[in-house]
Design a protein around this ligand. Sequence first.
Ligand code: DP6
Length: 336
Amino acid sequence: MSEAVAIAHPNIALTKYWGKRAGAGRLPAVPSLSVTLAGLATRTRVRFDHALARDRLVLNGSPVEGEAEARAVDLLDRVRAASGEVRFAEVESRNDFPTASGLASSASGFAALALAAARAGGLSWETRRVSDLARRSSVSAARSLFGGYVELDAGPPGDLATDFLAARPIASASHMPLAVLVCVTSEGPKAVGSTAGMQTTLRESPYAEAWLSHAPRLHARLREALLSRDFAAVGALAESSALAMHASAIAAGVVYWTGATLDVLAAVRGLRSAGVLAFATIDAGPHVKILVRPQDAAHAKAAAVAVPGVKRVIEASIGEGARLETPGMSEGTGTS
Ligand code: DP6
């Protein structure tokens, strides 16, 4: 088969990956734990074709260029090397959510690309192998291959570009239901991408060492709280992870927050004072994602919409892992 279509969803990290191991391996320096989101998707078609003189990539109708193109071509090269495929590929990808929504489109994008390219190249890899392939293009993408709650270990220390590292599912969506309210605070593209932001943090922040030693402890505690379905502890630890990540970044001059970010954080604290279990997490941008139990989502959404700097709120629940689409039927990769 030389053509395949895959669908993948973005994920939100509850414990953040921020920082890579030294070397060329794109290995995370800290473990992370995420939820894959339902209702938002990237759909990617990959077709290897003799008629092409180079790889052609189109995202949302526009050609992909620069760094994103180089990363995608690297992924295609890995698939060609593993499969013996010699043709170039045409890649068409579309997000059904706005790219500037504050949701990591690179996670769903590289997860869908890895799955579609592996299948189009004739590789019948198990999901963890596809997760490792996606991780080599964008670390957070490794987690979007799986549904529910997903964990990714830190990479081993050292310059081990050949090391295998895949994410793994640790709990299903029904284990601990959760709603994620994405509070979009600005529509423009972010000033500093996550790859550059984390590099600067590790190089220049006086708190880089503190982050690297604290993050695994937060991760272990959140994992434990999740396995015992302690929503309040999971929420509090997720908020701590985001605040610690941003504190280390801010100390290096990497400031993603705006006034609206702080206003949403204040609204989340207000909800907690009123007895609602609401917690905040923030990725490499100004938007805040509010974590609540599904029964509190409407109440929390009303509070978020009332914050002047919030342009809109996207409500998401926990979703499935990446899957292949075949004409007339779909094949799930499941959560295990
Ligand atoms: C803040 O996975 O986008 O969203 O590996 O350089 O592509 P690269 O970075 P990326 O970083 C995501 C950072 C984060 C936290 C997280 O998703 O764990």
